[in-house]
Structure formats: structure tokens, C-alpha cells
Design a protein around this ligand. Structure first.
Ligand SMILES: Nc1ncnc2c1ncn2[C@@H]1O[C@H](COP(=O)(O)OP(=O)(O)OP(=O)(O)O)[C@@H](O)[C@H]1O
Length: 378
């Protein structure tokens, strides 16, 4: 914890152009001790936004305040920000230990040499790189370098943490472990934290709140649960889930009082839960979002089932992903190994076999076909 009274971060109306406009007046607020995860596809503007928060880049318009203090014109080294960027920026002539120790040796450091060394040891141990302490960065793998950069961040007690893709180069097991460990450590601090990642599921797992950006604009801000259960747009839905929600483009029509989602041969009577959303958009285009784990299989001629052909069938051990050809459209179902084996029926994974699909009554989402925004009433 820093000696200064740590308070929240607020960025407002941040605009930035290079050759093109990259950020369109976006803002976030991060309370003391809160972790806000920023996610979005590659090129969304996450790194540019983080660099502006850190003072490494100047916005064309907008303000950044920390604890109510305007940071405009305050150089990065005076912002008391602990930064970690994807490029790592390790000191090549310092060992792993020297790099991790470097922020604690800066003028104004408050820890004595023994306490600083103990903190470095503890963080290197946590990140499983203590045995590499005497190596130079040039003799490390990408994932090891990333952990040294993380160590240098975690030894600090700043007024603000900014982590840009902090665990993207680690193997899956370590990523999983460190996600929780780092989150736990940062949660024990008073400083606000901004964690940027292109991995939507990582954002949901680490963030107290999540900000989704796309094309330099905010698509949605909410708790992980909000964003998972109620994605504000098809662009948000596309970033989340493994595999993500299936997005089927079609139209809404009413026949004999029943609302249908239609696309080519597909005609799906919408469950009552979706009727309110569908009602306002009848006659227009729509995108139906179907979660892969909500799709059930039935015989091809089952009334109400959607006809499809098996395109591929991949077992993953604890579940299987079955890709389905719905006629010029592929959708993915996440199912049990037993169901996938039954579909394969011992012959060529079942590829080409006709099946019926039953979509869940809940867990479907309707988006406007033109804007991609979720229809109100979903
Ligand atoms: N210094 C620069 N000069 C020109 N264009 C830039 C500069 N920095 C970023 N851009 C452009 O701004 C856009 C946003 O880039 P940014 O790195 O912020 O995205 P990102 O969301 O972090 O992407 P990624 O997940 O791939 O790192 C991209 O189109 C990029 O090419």
C-alpha cells in the first residue's frame, strides 16, 4: 500500500487518432481496489487506451484523473503507476532478480534492502521463476520474460496498476494458476487496476467489472455475470465463450400469431421468453444467438427440430465440440463425449449424417440484424 491516499481512476472522453481515429471518446472509472478488465478484438484500441492512462501517449481530447488529480502533463514516472506491457521492456543487462528488484531500488523506495530482497524472492517463487534469478533476459523464453515483467509489477505498491496482456504468453496451466494468484494479490491492494486482454473469458474471470471495446468505442460495461448472461451486442457475444455463441443471421416473422425466426430452410418458433424482444422487430432482420452448450440432439425428423448435417466431431476429453452444417452456415454444439460418440456411431465421426437440433428455450438471445445490438426485452 502506498503512503499517499490511493483513490480511484477516472478517464473521460478519451479520443485519439493516428492515421485513423482509434479511440472515440471513451471513458472508464475504476474504484480503489477494483480490477477493471478491458477486452476487445485485436486492433480495438486497448493498448492505446492503456498507454494513455499510463501517460506514455497523449490523448487528442479527454482527461485522466487519479484520486481526483488531473494527470495531464504529469510524466509517467511521476504518476506512481506500475505498468506491464506486452513488450516487457526488461533491462537486458540486469538479471531476472535485478529486473524484479529495479522498481524497489528507485529513488524514494521505502523498503530496506532485506525487505526488498524478501519481497522479490516471494514474487519470483509465486511466478515459478526463482530458480532463474541469476539469468539475463536474453537467455529466457517468451513466457519466462513475461513472468519477469509480472514480477517487476507485483513487487510494487503503486497508486495504479496497468497490465496489458499480462499472461498471454504463458502456457494454459500456468495462465490458469497465475490468473487467480495475481487477481488475489491485486485485490489485497488499495490501488485501482486496469487489466487488458483480447481473451474475453480471461476478462470475465479476473475483472470485478469488464469493459468491452470494439473499434475504439465502448460496447458494454458490466459485471462478468451481466456480460455473460446479457451481452449487449453480437460483437460482445462473439468474444465470449469457448466456443462463443453461435450467431445466425435471419429474419423475424409472425404467422398465425406465432413468432418465428427464419433463415433459408430454418424456421424456429420462438419461445415465449423471447417474444417480447421479437415483437418489436417483426418484419426486420435479426441475429439469433444460440449458446453451444444449449443445443441438444434429436432424430432428424423430430417436429420442431432444426435440420442439420454433422460437419465435424471433435472429442476433447471432458466434452466434445460438434460442428453442424445448417446450410451455408456452420454452428457449434458443445456436448458430452457420450452424445458425440453416439452421433459418430463408430463410423467416420458421423460426418455427413443428418441430425435434428433442439435449441434451448432459455439461453437464446436476439440481436438487431442491422446494428447488432441486443433487442430490448431479451
Ligand atoms: N503509434 C501508432 N501509429 C499508428 N497507428 C497506431 C499506433 N498505435 C496503434 N495504432 C493503431 O491503432 C489501432 C489500435 O491499436 P491498439 O494496439 O491500441 O489495439 P489493441 O486493442 O491493443 O490490439 P491488440 O490486442 O492486437 O494488441 C490499430 O489499428 C493500430 O494499428
Amino acid at each position: 500500500m502506498s503512503a499517499s491516499a490511493v483513490q480511484g481512476l477516472a478517464a473521460r472522453g478519451i479520443t485519439k487518432s493516428f492515421a485513423q481515429q482509434v479511440l472515440h471518446g471513451i471513458g472508464i472509472e475504476v474504484a480503489p481496489g477494483e480490477l477493471v478488465a478491458i477486452t476487445g478484438p485485436s486492433g480495438a484500441g486497448k493498448t492505446t487506451f492503456c498507454r494513455i492512462l499510463a501517460g506514455l501517449e497523449r490523448p487528442d481530447a479527454g482527461t485522466v484523473t487519479l484520486g481526483g488529480r488531473d494527470l495531464q502533463g504529469v510524466p509517467p514516472q511521476q504518476r506512481r503507476v506500475a505498468l506491464m506491457f506486452e513488450s516487457y521492456a526488461l533491462y537486458p543487462h540486469l538479471t531476472v532478480r535485478g529486473n524484479a528488484l529495479s522498481p524497489l531500488e528507485a529513488p524514494g523506495g521505502r523498503l530496506g534492502p532485506a525487505a526488498a530482497a524478501a519481497r522479490v524472492d516471494e514474487v519470483l517463487e509465486l511466478l515459478e521463476i526463482r530458480h532463474l534469478g541469476e539469468r539475463l533476459p536474453g537467455a529466457l523464453s517468451g513466457g519466462q520474460k513475461q513472468r519477469v515483467a509480472l514480477a517487476r509489477l507485483l513487487v510494487q505498491a503503486p497508486d495504479l496498476y496497468i497490465l496489458d496482456e499480462p499472461i498471454s504468453h504463458l502456457d494454459a496451466k500456468l495462465r490458469h494458476k497465475l490468473r487467480g494468484e495475481i487477481r488475489r494479490r491485486l485485490a489485497a491492494q488499495d490501488a485501482p487496476t486496469v487489466w487488458s486482454t483480447p481473451d474475453g473469458m480471461e476478462a470475465l474471470s479476473v475483472g470485478d467489472r469488464v469493459v468491452v471495446i470494439d473499434g475504439g468505442r465502448i460496447e458494454q460495461v458490466g459485471t462478468p455475470e451481466d456480460i455473460w448472461l446479457r451481452p449487449a451486442s453480437a460483437r460482445v457475444a462473439k468474444l465470449l465463450g469457448d466456443p462463443p455463441m453461435n450467431l445466425i443471421e435471419g429474419a423475424l416473422a409472425r404467422e398465425n400469431g406465432t413468432l418465428f425466426f427464419t433463415r433459408r430452410d430454418l424456421r424456429l418458433a420462438l419461445p415465449p421468453a423471447l417474444a417480447r424482444a421479437a415483437e418489436q422487430a417483426v418484419g426486420g432482420s435479426a441475429i439469433l444467438g444460440v449458446r453451444p452448450d444449449g443445443i441438444a440432439f434429436a432424430a432428424p425428423d423430430t417436429p420442431g427440430a432444426v435440420g442439420a448435417e454433422i460437419y465435424s466431431n471433435e472429442p476433447f476429453g471432458k466434452h466434445a465440440i460438434v460442428t453442424l452444417d445448417l446450410g451455408a452456415l456452420l454452428a457449434k454444439a458443445k456436448t458430452s463425449m457420450a452424445t458425440a460418440a453416439a452421433l459418430a456411431n463408430g463410423a467416420g465421426d458421423g460426418i455427413g449424417r443428418p441430425v435434428g437440433l433442439v435449441f434451448p428455450n432459455d439461453g437464446l438471445t436476439l440481436f438487431d440484424g442491422t446494428t447488432g445490438r441486443a433487442l430490448p426485452g431479451n
